[in-house]
Design a protein around this ligand. Structure first.
Ligand code: UN1
Length: 499
């Protein structure tokens, strides 16, 4: 199947508008549903990063001079091409990442939406005018591009997150060096081809495939990259932040969550079950926004458990290319091992396992990385399974006695990405949106499903105050420049010559 959708057996870097030669060191991209090799991806060295940065630096100077509405024209064309190729891209996405085809289509749609949304920014990129304290003087703040930006994207949303970062960077007049995850490089290859066809000048986007420790580090350490935008693991993010801090380099981090759905005693339980199922087991729990805790009022705990268990029985697990499958595989063997280890941790901590908890490796599941959707109950706040990100289809029920306790438990983790509450009480709705301490809050919906025109990101251990997506993304990829134009014809000193 991959052969018919993908014309190459080995991907190559895209630097200065030129596709590299095949050969050199590579690693295999494995379809997590079947164990088959889909394509080979290069493991580039630091010299490729140097080349890409040099190309980006040259290209950026010209690109920044192109009027923003014209820069946006390229994004309109990118959006149109993404739309035309939506089905092909979705199939390839399922093959490299494993997510079920319906979700893959949703993810490509996120990229299409982002293209048209950010293209619209080409006619806005709003700055501000402000009165000057002096006569015959004009003051304004404009958004200036930062120059060359480095983006490092994860395997769980290989196209959506890449578009959240590259589109605002490009429309704002920057050039990009992009390191996609080696597990899912096909989306990067396809998106780079689309940029090329859409007429983006050479060097404005450069793709360098390779490992975090070589390519990622070289990007982080390169003096000419002025911003790093990273989505991925907490350890890597902290490491990047440390290095960028030393170099006074701007860094935007998005590093996961321990997101909870709160189910109050007055909740519509059937709706809550649907919301939990979708956000806990969609993408096999491999979303930063995945629900991995359910904080449930004790009055409805048993009823919720019963209904969840029934609903979980209806989850079909397998190759996501089959339209009837609801839950796909785990990205790789080490992902599976991590999930397995948390099952042991949960059991040892005394949590009660009501369903799942095992690797599925028989029959149709023999070749892929499948894990049975798992439900723990009687989890307490202090347990590791209630605190740490598992990144798999494992959800922990934590019973509470009141609304106030639910909020406290929700906020009692180191992460702060997304939270949700199911309740029919309007007062609780407004209190919850104020008191839940995450960057994203849902009412009567699960914890996932962010829309591209709103800010995406979180508080505490999730990030460092920046946001992807939405207009807020422009803050990452631009510098505010204060511009004063004095038309009085004389020297006017601020603070001093004020009458
Ligand atoms: C992520 O998991 O890092 O809100 C991104 C959502 C998706 C994006 C998730 N739109 O679940």
């Amino acid at each position: 199947m991959a052969e018919t959708l993908l014309e190459v057996k080995q991907l190559t870097n895209f630097i200065n508008g030129v596709w590299g030669e095949s050969g050199g060191k590579t690693t295999a991209v494995i379809n997590p549903a079947t164990g088959e090799t889909v394509v080979e991806v290069p493991l580039s060295g630091a010299e490729s990063v140097n080349e890409a940065v040099a190309a980006a630096k040259r290209a950026q100077k010209e690109w920044a001079l192109v009027p923003a509405p014209q820069r946006a024209e390229v994004l309109f064309r990118v959006g149109t091409l993404l739309k035309e190729r939506k089905e092909k891209l979705s199939q390839l996405l399922t093959m490299e990442n494993g997510k079920v085809i319906e979700e893959a289509r949703g993810e490509v749609q996120e990229g299409i939406d982002m293209a048209f949304y950010m293209a619209g920014e080409g006619r806005r990129l709003f700055g501000q005018t402000t009165p000057s304290e002096l006569k015959d003087k004009f003051a304004m703040s404009v958004r200036a591009p930062v120059g060359v930006v480095g983006i490092i994207t994860p395997w769980n949303f290989p196209i959506a997150i890449a578009t959240w970062k590259s589109f605002p960077a490009i429309v704002a007049g920057n050039a990009v060096v992009w390191k996609p995850a080696t597990e899912t490089p096909i989306m990067a290859y396809e998106l780079a081809k689309i940029f090329e066809e859409a007429g983006l000048p050479k060097g404005v986007i450069n793709v360098v495939f390779g490992s975090g420790s070589t390519v990622g580090d070289a990007m982080v350490e390169h003096d000419d990259i002025r911003v790093i935008s990273f989505t991925g693991s907490n350890d890597t993010g902290r490491n990047i932040a440390g290095k960028c801090g030393q170099q006074l380099k701007k860094v935007s981090l998005e590093m996961g969550g321990k997101n909870a759905v709160i189910v109050m005693d007055d909740a519509d339980l059937d709706l809550a079950v649907e919301g939990i199922l979708w956000s806990a087991f969609g993408t096999s729990g491999q979303r930063c926004t995945a629900c991995s805790r359910v904080i449930v009022h004790e009055a409805v705990k048993e009823r919720l458990e019963e209904r969840l268990l029934v609903a979980m029985e209806g989850l079909t697990i397998g190759n996501g290319l089959d339209e009837t499958i609801k839950v796909g595989p785990i990205i790789n063997k080490s992902g599976l091992e991590k999930i397995k280890s948390y099952i042991e941790i949960g059991k040892n901590e005394g949590a009660k396992m009501l369903a799942g908890g095992y690797v599925m490796d028989e029959g149709a599941h023999a070749e892929g990385n499948y894990f049975a959707p798992t439900l723990f109950t009687d989890v307490t706040e202090d347990m590791r399974i209630g605190q740490e990100e598992i990144f798999g289809p494992v959800v922990s029920l934590i019973p509470v006695k009141s609304f106030e306790e639910a909020i406290e438990v929700n906020n009692g983790v180191t992460y702060g990405l997304s939270s949700s509450i199911f309740t029919g009480d309007v007062n609780r709705v407004f209190k919850a949106q104020r008191d839940l301490d995450t960057g994203i809050v849902y009412v009567n919906a699960g914890t996932s499903g962010a829309e591209i025109h709103l800010p995406f990101g979180g508080t505490k251990g999730t990030g460092n105050g920046h946001r992807d997506s939405g207009v807020a993304a422009l803050d990452v990829f631009t510098e505010w420049k204060a511009v004063y134009v004095d038309y009085s014809g004389k020297l006017q000193r601020a603070q001093i010559d004020v009458e």
